[in-house]
Design a protein around this ligand. Structure first.
Ligand SMILES: *[C@@H]1O[C@H](CO)[C@@H](O)[C@H](O)[C@H]1NC(C)=O
Ligand SMILES: *[C@@H]1O[C@H](CO)[C@@H](O)[C@H](O)[C@H]1NC(C)=O
Ligand SMILES: *[C@@H]1O[C@H](CO)[C@@H](O)[C@H](O)[C@H]1NC(C)=O
Length: 398
């Protein structure tokens, strides 16, 4: 009897976990199903611990993610060290081969929804090594304060101060960097921070070094309209669902779950800020083929209290799509990667349109069978293809 019950529970759990849906046309679907199942188990554990009041969801997730960190170990081609820039911890990758001229440099910002991850994660460490080696470039991979311990603008400010430090003449000189060949890059929340600091930099008279390129890999760029077609479609996209994205966004600003609830209903923006919707209007900014039968509805205004308490979600430093055209037109050469099965797809697509509209040169790669997180997924063919394309672009343009 007991054994039958256990067996039934086991079968039910197995069915529940194996039923993780995977888009039809992805490569290596079984491998992806396995990875998403692992994440589902981990996040269910984290939700359970939160329900019991043991630990914040993000703290449990971050604790488990730490198992994927690797120490800063040099290899035959790249010297890896850790230091701080303006008290922000960074990991630096320096090519070992003798420099014949000044090198180019890439400042990298990891993803993880402003709550998770670090430069030490195996996937990021591997990417930074490859970048340093393949491009003969200095790579700085920065860390920053994470939610729930720190909220906006801490993440932005950490990244900006590390970047400011790096861009000083004497720092660039120390690492043998050519000040005309420095770029910023990041994925997901790191793409958000990359876009935000790049905007800040073009308006900062104190920083003389200007960026040559910005690279945004499936970036998060706005928290105003939580009803974009990709968010509506993405309730079950691999790794990042629409509801998890609402949690990440709200955690960036506060641990108060009221903001997340309002975001899920798309009723968090009060009428005082409705003029901002023009900057994220998917009806005018998305190419026709991505609208796919969704109908644009002007969002329902929410009450003013949330925006007063947590003004971050209407701040351009958190939502780079809210910048006006006069700011956008001064941005450097831009490379944006979007993926079809990604709740952030439309954020990236709308930024492509807005930058193109003001004449910023943009290279846009849309990965038709891509999904969020694919860029740094270990031992996946899609990751290597995306990274190779990215490295070739940087080779040519940085
Ligand atoms: C170091 O560079 C050599 C030559 O390009 C390459 O064959 C080797 O795989 C590299 N080692 C690592 C760890 O990337
Ligand atoms: C990155 O990871 C891949 C696969 O695990 C491995 O083949 C490659 O050598 C790694 N590259 C570096 C530079 O460590
Ligand atoms: C969004 O764009 C559509 C037309 O493309 C327009 O009808 C609608 O009023 C716009 N809404 C906002 C809030 O800008």
């Amino acid at each position: 009897m007991g054994r039958t019950v256990l067996l039934l529970i086991f079968v039910a759990l197995l069915a529940y976990y194996v039923s993780v849906p995977v888009p039809d046309d992805v490569e290596e679907p079984w491998k992806l199903a396995w990875e998403t199942t692992k994440i589902k188990v981990v996040s269910d554990l984290a939700s359970f611990a939160e329900l019991l009041g043991i630990s914040h969801f993000m703290d449990t997730m971050q604790l488990l993610m730490k198992l994927e960190e690797v120490p800063p170990t040099s290899d035959e081609n790249v010297t890896v060290t850790e230091t701080t820039f303006n008290s922000v911890p960074v990991r630096i990758y320096l090519p070992k081969r003798k420099a014949t001229t000044l090198r180019r440099a890439l400042f990298y910002i990891h993803g993880g929804g402003w709550c998770l991850g670090s430069a030490a994660l195996r996937g990021y460490d591997n990417l930074s090594r490859r970048t340093a080696d393949r491009l003969d470039a200095v790579v700085v991979s920065t860390n920053y304060g994470l939610a729930p311990k720190y909220h906006f603008p801490r993440q932005f400010e950490d990244v900006y101060s590390a970047l400011q430090w790096f861009l000083q003449e004497n720092t660039l000189e120390k690492y043998g960097v050519d000040p005309r060949r420095v770029g910023v890059s990041g994925d997901s929340a790191g793409g958000n921070l990359a876009a935000a600091v790049t905007q800040q930099l073009i308006q900062d008279p104190d920083v003389k070094t200007k960026l040559k390129v910005q690279v945004l890999v499936y970036p998060a760029l706005q928290a105003l309209d939580m009803n974009l077609p990709s968010l509506q479609e993405g309730s079950h996209f691999p790794f990042l669902s629409s509801s998890l994205m609402a949690r990440f966004w709200s955690e960036y600003f506060t641990t108060d779950r009221a903001l997340e609830k309002a975001m899920l209903l798309n009723q968090h923006v009060p009428v005082e800020f409705s003029h901002l919707f023009q900057f994220v209007n998917w009806s005018s900014l998305l190419p026709e083929r991505y609208k796919k039968g969704y109908f644009y509805k002007n969002p329902t205004p929410g009450n003013s209290e949330l925006a007063q308490k947590y003004p971050g979600f209407v701040d351009v430093k958190a939502c780079p799509l809210l910048a006006n055209d006069n700011t956008l037109r001064h941005l450097p050469l831009t490379y944006i990667i979007t993926c079809q099965y990604d709740v952030l797809r439309d954020d990236g697509l709308m930024y492509v349109t807005r930058l193109q509209n003001v004449g910023v040169p943009v290279t846009h790669h849309h990965i038709k069978n891509g999904f969020h997180g694919a860029f740094t997924l270990r031992d996946f063919k899609i990751a290597y293809r995306m990274q190779n394309q990215y490295l070739s672009w940087l080779m040519e343009n940085l």
